[in-house]
Design a binder for this molecule. Structure first.
Ligand SMILES: NC(=O)c1ccc[n+]([C@@H]2O[C@H](COP(=O)([O-])OP(=O)(O)OC[C@H]3O[C@@H](n4cnc5c(N)ncnc54)[C@H](OP(=O)(O)O)[C@@H]3O)[C@@H](O)[C@H]2O)c1
Length: 272
């Protein structure tokens, strides 16, 4: 993508946090927007604000992306409204934190469906038009993409999927006019940790959503396929990825272990 003005971005999870920050910045750059999330009221309010402020077209698509066939219904709705997408931002996602056996199977299933299945389905749905238009895809990965994440095991695995999938597609489409970027934020000040229910696993200060978006757009313009937001996050992620998986998991667990988790030593003792 060489310019933004007059083009159209579809942003999932646009009702808050990083998705809403993308909406603000892209509208400021003159892009028309298609905003997707479950909270219709919040999307409508954001759309009204951006339309008034930046004179761009903003469409609202209230969709639960965890439901069957959601991506195809989003594609059909976009086409029915006479729109074509130049930039797809697969941002909707959430995490759960705790002992694996205490997180319900249904919650983990929902997480895999949103963070992985919906992201792949939406990419399939829009790649033909993105390719034809020389567009781009930004997929939300995480610094946790680089290591196993005990106590957020399913979340970490979904984000490992995203970085692998995105880097592979970036290579497939290199030289064919379609850019694919995996965006890896570290802890960022959004509603994310309200959904997780705790931010006890964070070390250091959180970054903000505006900084994450600036990092992403800079990387996209440079043609990068992966970017980590923040120097401290990049340092930590690159350090952890040098370790063998078992050692990385051990190191991450020091930070992510919830207070309710038995320490490995207590667990061994109670098995005897
Ligand atoms: N914040 C961080 O520290 C951090 C770090 C690394 C990566 N990330 C990633 O960044 C992305 C954005 O997270 P955020 O920090 O901006 O969190 P957030 O403020 O909680 O935003 C999550 C967005 O996803 C939407 N969403 C949730 N479930 C959905 C569903 N079933 N269907 C459609 N939309 C749904 C939410 O809207 P509704 O509730 O209205 O549906 C909301 O707009 C996520 O992929 C997350 O994994 C965040």
């Amino acid at each position: 993508m060489s310019r933004y003005k007059g083009k159209t971005a579809l942003i999932t999870g646009a009702s808050s946090g990083i998705g809403a920050a993308f909406a603000h910045e892209l509208a400021r750059r003159g892009m028309n927007l298609i905003l997707v999330a479950r909270s219709a009221d919040r999307l409508r309010k954001l759309a009204d604000h951006l339309t008034a402020q930046h004179r761009v077209r903003v469409e609202v698509l209230p969709f639960d992306l965890v439901t069957d066939g959601a991506a195809e219904r989003v594609r059909a709705e976009v086409s029915q409204r006479g729109l074509t997408v130049d930039l797809l931002i697969n941002n909707a996602g959430f995490a759960a934190h705790g002992n694996f056996e205490e997180i319900s199977a249904a919650r983990d299933h929902e997480m895999v469906t949103l963070n992985v299945t919906a992201l792949v389905d939406l990419t399939h749905a829009f790649v033909p038009q993105l390719l034809a238009r020389g567009g781009a895809v930004i997929n939300l990965a995480s610094v946790l993409s680089y290591s196993p994440t005990p106590y957020m095991a399913v979340y970490g695995a979904t984000k490992a999927f995203v970085i692998s999938f995105s880097s592979a597609l970036a290579e497939e489409y290199r030289g064919r006019g379609l850019r694919v970027l995996a965006l890896c934020p570290g802890a960022t000040e959004t509603a994310f940790f309200d959904v997780v229910g705790s931010d006890s696993m964070i070390i250091g200060a959180k970054r903000n959503a505006k900084q994450v978006v600036a990092t992403a757009l800079r990387a996209l313009e440079r043609g990068q396929s992966v970017v980590i937001d923040g120097v401290g996050n990049a340092f930590m992620a690159n350090l952890v990825r040098l370790l063998p998986f078992a050692l990385a998991a051990r190191a991450i667990a020091v930070v992510t272990r919830p207070k309710t988790a038995p320490t490995p030593r207590t667990a061994q003792a109670s098995e005897q």
